[in-house]
Structures are given as C-alpha cells and as structure tokens.
Design a protein around this ligand. Structure first.
Ligand code: SAM
Length: 394
C-alpha cells in the first residue's frame, strides 16, 4: 500500500500531490510498504511536490533562499600565493586522509542535486593540482541532472589538462588573471606563471569551452590600471571578463576597506573608454552584474560583494576539501558531512542533516559588513573570525 506520513499540510490536486511543513516538522513517504524518502526541516519552511514515490523539495532557508549552487573545493593546496587570498604565515594543510575521495564527492553531489542544486563549480585551492580531476568531471557529468558544471582555476596547469577536462564533459571555466603585466603578476601571485596561464586560456578556447571567463580581483594601488588592458585583451580574444571587488575573505590577507575599488569606480573606468549597457544579473542569483558593450562585442561583469551585497539572492552552498558544508563565504564554521559518510550514514540521513542546516540558514555577512562600514564605528575585518579562502574554496 502506498501512503504518505506527514506532519504539516498535505494537498492533492489533479496536477499532483503537494506537501508543506513549517518549522520542526518532518515527512515520510511510504511506497509499496517500504520507506522511500525521509526528509526533515528542523527550522524554516519547505514545500515540495510528490510524484511517483519521489519527493522533490524546494528547500528554503529562513530568508526564503533556495539551495541551487554547490561549490566544491577539491583540494586546499595551491601553486600560487596570491597576496589577497593565501595566508603568508605558516598554514596547516589538510591531511591527505581527510580529503574527500572522488566517490565521496560524487555521492554528496548527488544528495545536493536531489535537494535542488542544479549547478556545481569545482574550485580549491588550485583544483588542477588534484590528480586526475577529469575523472571527477566525468563522474559528475554522468549524474546527468546538472544544468551547469564549471571550474575556477588559476590556469597555470590548464594547457596539459584541458583536453581531458573537455572530453570528460567540462563546458566552461573561469581563469583568474589580475594583470597582463609580468612583473605585477609576479608580485600579486608570487609566481611566474603568466605565460602558461595565457597559453591555458587559448587552449581552453581551442578545445571549444564557452564561455572562457577571466576573473580579475581589483585592488586599490595594485592593479586598477590593468582594467582597460584586460578588457581590450578579453574583447580581442573572445573571452568574457568579470571584475571582482577585493573582499575580506579569511583573516590572513589583512583586508582594508581602503583597498577596495568599488563597483561604481570600475564601471566608470570602463564606461569612459567603452560604452556599456547594463543587462542585469545572469539569473536572479548570479553574483555578477552584467554589461553589454555598445558595439555588441561581448560582455563584462562586475561582482560587488562589498559595496552592493547580493546576500538576499545567495543560493550557494560550499563543500570544503575535507567534507564540511559551509553556508557562507565569510563563515567561521562548517558542518562535518565527511564524518557521517565515513560512519556509513545513509543518503537519507545525510540529506536530512543538510536540509536542517540549510533550513536554519540566516547568513547575510556582506550586508552586515556594509552596514558596519557605514556606521560611526566603522568595520574592522579582523574582529570577525572567518575560514580562510584556501580551505573554503572560492
Ligand atoms: N586557485 C583557483 C583560482 O585562482 O582561480 C581557485 C580558487 S580561488 C580562491 C577562486 C577565486 O577567488 C579566484 O578568482 C580568486 O581571484 C578569488 N579570490 C580569492 N581571494 C579573493 C579576495 N580576497 N577578494 C576577491 N576575490 C578573491
């Protein structure tokens, strides 16, 4: 006998059966005498549609934000030492045994997909340092239900790996390039890889990835004068480009608000040279505001986490290389999923934990930062402890 155990409101229409439950309720579906799905939302509100023994959730947090994107850090190791990201002091690397295996990552990804995630970004550390990354791309592609699978990389190892990644199903990627000036590149990354990175960009384009995007973090007194050369370079070569306001990720980069070049200033710099027209965000939850060049030759985006926070549209969850779920880029804590995995928890148990964490989510760090920056006391980045970007995955 099929039956539905529910605590909340259950409705049946011609087009399907729906359930709804407020804070603290749970729901089970029993089909053919066997419990098939068990979900819990210990806080917050969930709403779902039931079809043929499956519960499709629209899991929402306490600010009404769905879970749609998952950023997976595949390693905390990096071969760059970018001054705005990497701790200069001694950093305790995650022990190899603690790093999730591909099988564990794919299992967790499947659970998130069933909760509503449609987009996965692989990141790090430097994701291309993870041995055989293309095998992970292949396995995630094989899940079949993702609308988008992408990669963020510093590009230095791309030339050797791009063919394998493309063959495994990678369709697009973002490459971090903050300047085209070799000496400045060396100062920012403390590495000498610019030539290799530019070769990697070209190789990605030749392999048919689209879009190939450049990510540029803009810092006052460091690389503002690189904005226009980078735009010209991206337009000439058919790359998309996004400028990112310098953020206070982690605590080790000694962030100061004076080093942020605000979106309005980046916009003005571009507009004076290239007429641009605002197109809005790519989807309501995208971090970048997108602009189209007047001559139709491409787009440029600006990500303004500091001066124009977009917390209200943030549908991103993060999985650290050692299997912790983090619900905000500026968090100081993660929730251990690896422990559950390695204690042989069922998918339902892991899903229930993720649901309850997301259901309680109230993060809006960037909004709070802006409020503090505008207050009489001002904002002191070091007063809030945060996980370092290198562990978290950007
Ligand atoms: N190693 C890869 C790379 O360089 O793209 C992936 C990891 S990196 C942490 C991901 C992205 O975060 C990069 O585009 C990087 O520029 C950005 N990022 C790191 N620190 C940042 C900061 N303080 N402010 C803004 N963006 C930052």
């Amino acid at each position: 006998m099929d039956m539905l155990l529910w605590y909340g409101l259950y409705l049946e229409f011609g087009c399907g059966q729906y359930w709804y439950w407020p804070s603290g309720f749970s729901c089970s579906m029993v089909k053919g005498g066997q419990r098939r799905s068990w979900m819990e939302c210990s806080n917050g509100i969930a709403f779902g549609k039931i079809r043929a023994g499956q519960v499709e959730t629209k899991l929402k947090d306490l600010l009404d934000r769905e879970i749609r994107d998952l950023r997976i850090s595949v390693t905390d190791r990096c071969n760059s030492r970018c001054t705005y990201c990497m701790p200069r002091d001694k950093y305790e690397w995650i022990d190899h045994h603690e790093i999730l295996s591909f099988e564990e990552i794919v299992r967790i990804a499947g659970i998130f997909i069933r909760l509503g995630v449609t987009k996965i970004r692989l990141t790090g550390g430097e994701p291309l340092l993870r041995h055989d990354l293309c095998r992970l791309v292949e396995q995630l592609t094989a899940l079949g239900s993702l609308q988008d699978l992408c990669l963020t990389t510093n590009g230095s190892l791309l030339v050797d790996q791009i063919e394998g990644l493309a063959a495994a199903g990678l369709k697009r990627l973002n490459v971090s390039v903050d300047t085209l000036d070799p000496e400045r590149y060396r100062q920012i990354t403390r590495r000498d890889d610019l030539v290799r990175v530019l070769q990697g960009l070209r190789a990605a384009k030749q392999c048919g990835l689209s879009p190939v995007k450049i990510n540029t973090v803009v810092q006052r007194g460091v690389n503002e004068e690189d904005i226009l050369p980078l735009i010209e370079f991206s337009r000439d070569n058919g790359y998309a480009i996004r400028f990112i306001e310098y953020m206070d990720v982690g605590n080790a980069n000694n962030w100061l608000s004076e080093k942020v070049v605000p979106k309005a200033e980046i916009f003005e710099t571009i507009r004076k040279r290239f007429p641009i027209r605002e197109k809005g965000r790519d989807g309501d939850n995208a971090p970048a505001v997108c602009y189209e060049y007047g001559d139709g030759n491409g787009h440029v985006g600006i990500i303004a986490s500091v001066t124009e926070p977009f917390c209200r549209g943030c549908t991103r969850a993060r999985l650290t290389a050692d299997g912790k779920l983090v619900t905000c880029l500026f968090s100081d804590e993660g929730y251990d999923l690896k422990g559950l995995l390695r204690r042989n928890a069922s998918d339902d148990e892991i899903r229930a934990l993720v649901s309850s964490i997301w259901g309680r989510r109230t993060d809006k760090y960037s909004e709070e930062r802006l409020q503090a920056m505008n207050s009489a006391e001002g904002y002191k980045a070091k007063h809030r402890r945060k996980i370092e970007m290198i562990s978290l995955g950007g």
